[in-house]
Design a binder for this molecule. Structure first.
Ligand SMILES: [Zn+2]
Length: 89
């Protein structure tokens, strides 16, 4: 089944759909709200909005626009939070 490209994509989509449904249920149960954020480019963007292209091997985020130097995963998480807050607002 995994070798069938269309079927494997459907299986993967069903897995994500189930995960998001479960996560949404858990959030509501805690009085919270699940916000889905488009993840494209979160590791290539700075919090200031500037593009900071880097390969996966480069683990440090260095923005020439605002001078931020930080772990790329931390910056990506902050960009995701920023996007979520803009959706909620
Ligand atoms: Zn920046």
């Amino acid at each position: 089944m995994i070798r069938n490209r269309r079927l494997s994509k459907s299986i993967a989509d069903a897995g994500w759909r189930r995960f998001i449904t479960y996560l949404s249920y858990k959030a509501e149960k805690q009085g919270k709200r699940l916000v889905q954020v488009p993840a494209q480019g979160t590791s290539q963007t700075c919090i200031c909005g500037a593009d900071v292209p880097k390969t996966l091997a480069i683990r440090l985020h260095e923005c020439n626009a605002c001078g931020r130097v930080q772990d790329r995963d931390i910056v990506s998480a902050q960009v995701i939070l920023q996007r979520a807050l803009s959706i909620v607002a």
